[in-house]
Design a protein around this ligand. Structure first.
Ligand SMILES: C[S@@+](CC[C@H](N)C(=O)[O-])C[C@H]1O[C@@H](n2cnc3c(N)ncnc32)[C@H](O)[C@@H]1O
Length: 286
């Protein structure tokens, strides 16, 4: 049976709000490139890459996830919660016969992804579709590989997104995703701060996730604990975001970035303290 959540409109609009004031956006990327003296009419995907990957570990993390999921050239691939499309562009360049769906809830990010795809000539290979990952508008068994990075953390009903991924994958198809995982010490106050400041909700522990995979009809292929490497990556990312302050005043408005940074510092503190960790999971649809 296909799981249909009762009502996820509140979650949908909340996730949209955070990403309407997020420092990684197409305007910001293009402004930075112009300031670096790039001609926007001759951009290549590699020009975008230092700026368009909204997950932890950059390009290497995308390739590691794709390899762990067994992605092959010619596959039909969906990036669930694709952001401004950085991972899809990276993989589309490497796997020249693969077809991509970049799926995201946030309208601004979808428009940004389309604009960036067109600027680097990848718009015919990547379809950008806006919608909620808890109910995706794709046919049963229509895809080979589903990927997702640092995004399920926003989705209130984790069982729904896992059920949906299982539904749209063909038998033998794989879901590979990375996500925050709740440590044993993460308490209700931490969870409330993460939800208010970062729209991170219903964070799962590893055993919670394992139960939900089974309920979705997904078998575990591999699980890697990324917690230690994410401490270093997030500490660096915090510095990168701090350094973006001047440019974001122009693209987002006065004070917006500062408020985001306050919440981001709380989040990174919890990762540094080991109360939050990270995991890479690969599942097969039986
Ligand atoms: C941290 S970003 C990750 C973007 C992308 N995976 C990347 O690595 O560049 C999280 C993304 O999840 C999207 N998102 C949040 N809730 C969603 C939902 N219910 N359905 C689809 N996308 C969602 C947000 O709009 C945002 O673009």
């Amino acid at each position: 049976m296909i799981h249909r959540p009762q009502d996820n409109r509140a979650a949908a609009s909340a996730a949209g709000t955070l990403y309407d004031r997020h420092p990684i956006n197409a305007d910001q990327i293009l402004l930075t490139l112009q300031q670096d003296g790039k001609d926007l009419s001759t951009l290549s995907p590699s020009d975008l890459r230092p700026h368009d990957q909204d997950h932890y570990g950059g390009e290497a993390a995308v390739f590691q996830l794709a390899a762990a999921a067994g992605l092959r050239d010619g596959d039909r691939i969906i990036d669930i919660c694709a952001g401004v499309g950085g991972p899809s562009r990276l993989l589309a360049e490497k796997f020249a016969r693969a077809r991509f769906l970049a799926f995201d809830l946030n309208g601004g990010r979808c428009r940004g992804a389309r604009r960036l795809n067109a600027l680097v000539g990848l718009d015919s290979r990547i379809d950008v579709v806006q919608g909620d990952a808890q109910r995706m508008p794709f046919a049963e068994g229509s895809l080979d590989i589903a990927l997702s990075q640092e995004a399920f953390l926003h989705i209130p009903d984790k069982q729904a997104v896992l059920n949906e991924a299982a539904r749209i994958l063909r038998h033998g198809g794989r879901l590979g995703f990375t996500d925050l995982v709740a440590g044993a010490e993460l308490d209700e106050r931490d969870r409330a701060a993460l939800e208010t400041g970062m729209e991170m909700r219903t964070l799962q522990s590893v055993p919670d996730y394992m139960n939900k995979f089974r309920a979705a009809g997904l078998s575990l292929v591999s699980h890697d604990d990324l917690s230690a490497q994410w401490i270093d990556i997030l500490t660096e990312r915090l510095e990168w975001y701090r350094a973006m302050n001047t440019g974001t005043k122009q693209t987002l408005g006065e004070g917006v970035h500062e408020r985001y940074m306050d919440a981001y510092e709380v989040f990174v503190g919890l990762v540094q303290a080991g109360r939050l960790g990270g995991g890479r999971f690969v599942l097969r649809k039986d």
